[in-house]
Ligand binder design. Structure first.
Ligand SMILES: [Ca+2]
Length: 462
């Protein structure tokens, strides 16, 4: 069934719906607790397709992630729903195309113009559904779905939150782009000293220890490897009450070679994953926990004309914020010893597929969603039914079906690539394949009509 065509506005939180699911979930929760898996989603920030050793990076040392990749299922065709931070987070947590929440979710929520905005509280999140189904829930890391109340993680289903609300912060001083303190525990600003990745690891391990006896959902949206590009040994940069809008990248002595700073961040991220997985093993939870690691968008290769040699997107074209593959094809690893066999999957999957996948594993009926359950891929090495998936970021759009990828930038003629033969999107086949182009253009138009209708309902419905 094509979910986007049959989409109805029932994903808006409704009393009837929550009551029905809530009662059923609570009734079954106690009996099912022992069988229900824990979930750990670790979301890297701006990590490129080629940034891990297991995805071909020649220099970065990522032994913990490489071990997960070797023991679990490594995806080679996994995509973030957005090419920037906020869009992917909205899709991942709701199972919906972020475009349904309006145009502002097509790029990053802005700290200068978007402080009063956020993921609508009416959106039903994965955390709310799992919490209502009996899971302990926590988010430790970067939220970027709202800068202030009421758009807080604690109002979107997370029992606990620790981290930053904005899109970036100094990894040492925890100052946001405006120089303000941006480190929170639940709904209060708190002072906590330390390197961001280390603090998130500490909170995550503590949460796992405290919840070893009941099902939990731990969401760890790391700030690494987003700028400011600061490894643990790099100096702090941001101080109180200075605006960093034009100086947001950190202390980079050689802007032509950002790579050493990024390498240190990638390796701190890897160490964090190692510590979280070690805690699961130590507490004998590894065989009842699904760990899913991925990134919220592709890496930056360059930033403006000044900063160069940043991330690696491997063989892909483009970078963060673009809808060529470099903007949204990302590393993804699913690990669950005893349940997920070691292997590599070339199946096309997206961030929002985690929503139905996790809910079904938890025994919670997913509400209407756009993603698909990845269980056949994870547990049975089966293929998914072919589907067409879409991206839109302002005037740039993309559609994908099978190996065919259509990219349309503004009013330019659409380009068509055969990713099976041309993963670098170098050869535009649109002139030779007018039928495929027409089909994908028509599918894209129907999809836009559908998501824009949702956005109008959402914006105008309350
Ligand atoms: Ca990002």
């Amino acid at each position: 069934m094509n979910k986007t065509i049959s989409f109805l506005p029932c994903w808006i939180r409704g009393a009837w719906w929550l009551a029905a699911v809530g009662v059923a979930a609570v009734a079954s929760a106690a009996a099912a607790d022992a069988q229900r898996p824990n979930f750990v989603i670790i979301l890297a920030d701006d990590l490129g397709y080629g940034d891990l050793a297991s995805y071909g990076h020649p220099v970065h040392r990522t032994p913990h992630l490489d071990r997960l990749a070797a023991e679990g299922l490594r995806f080679t065709d996994f995509h973030s729903n957005g090419a920037m931070c906020s869009p992917t987070r909205a899709a991942l947590l709701t199972g919906l195309y972020q475009n349904r929440f309006g145009r502002k979710f097509e790029t990053a929520l802005s700290g200068s113009t978007g402080r009063g905005e956020g993921l609508p509280l009416a959106a039903i999140t994965l955390a709310e559904l799992l919490r209502d189904g009996g899971y302990a829930t926590a988010a430790f890391g970067k939220w970027h779905l709202g800068y202030q109340a009421p758009f807080l993680p604690t109002r979107q289903g997370f029992d606990e939150f620790r981290g930053l609300l904005s899109g970036d912060g100094d990894h040492h001083t925890h100052r946001d782009r405006e120089g303000g303190e941006d480190w929170w525990h639940n709904e209060q600003r708190v002072a906590e000293k330390g390197y961001t990745a280390d603090l998130l690891t500490r909170s995550s391990v503590d949460f796992i220890e405290r919840h070893r006896d009941r099902p939990f959902f731990l969401y760890v949206p790391h700030l690494a490897i987003h700028f400011p590009w600061q490894g643990p040994q790099d100096p702090p940069h941001r101080v109180e009450s200075r605006d960093y809008e034009t100086d947001k990248w950190g202390v980079i002595p050689d802007p032509g070679n950002v790579a050493p700073h990024v390498r240190a961040m990638v390796e701190s991220l890897d160490a964090s994953v190692g510590a979280i997985v070690a805690a699961l093993r130590r507490l004998d939870l590894d065989r009842k926990t699904l760990v899913f690691f991925t990134s919220d968008n592709g890496g930056y290769l360059t930033y403006g004309t000044k900063y160069r040699r940043i991330s690696s997107n491997g063989p892909l074209r483009g970078q963060k914020a673009e809808l060529f593959e470099g903007g949204h094809r990302v590393p993804a690893i699913a690990w669950w010893p005893g349940r997920i066999a070691a292997g590599v999957s070339a199946e096309t999957a997206l961030s929002f597929d985690l929503f139905p996948t996790l809910l079904n594993l938890a025994g919670v009926q997913p509400p209407q969603h756009d993603g698909v359950d990845l269980a056949p891929v994870l547990f049975a090495q089966k293929l998914l039914a072919e589907r067409t998936v879409f991206w839109r970021a302002d005037a740039t759009k993309a559609a994908r079906r099978g190996p065919w990828k259509l990219v349309q930038q503004g009013d330019s003629p659409p380009q068509l690539f055969d990713l099976a033969r041309d993963i670098g999107e170098k050869n535009n086949l649109a002139p030779r394949e007018p039928g495929r182009v027409a089909d994908l253009v028509a599918g894209l138009a129907r999809w836009e009509e559908d998501v824009d209708r949702s956005a109008r309902t959402e914006q105008g419905g309350r």
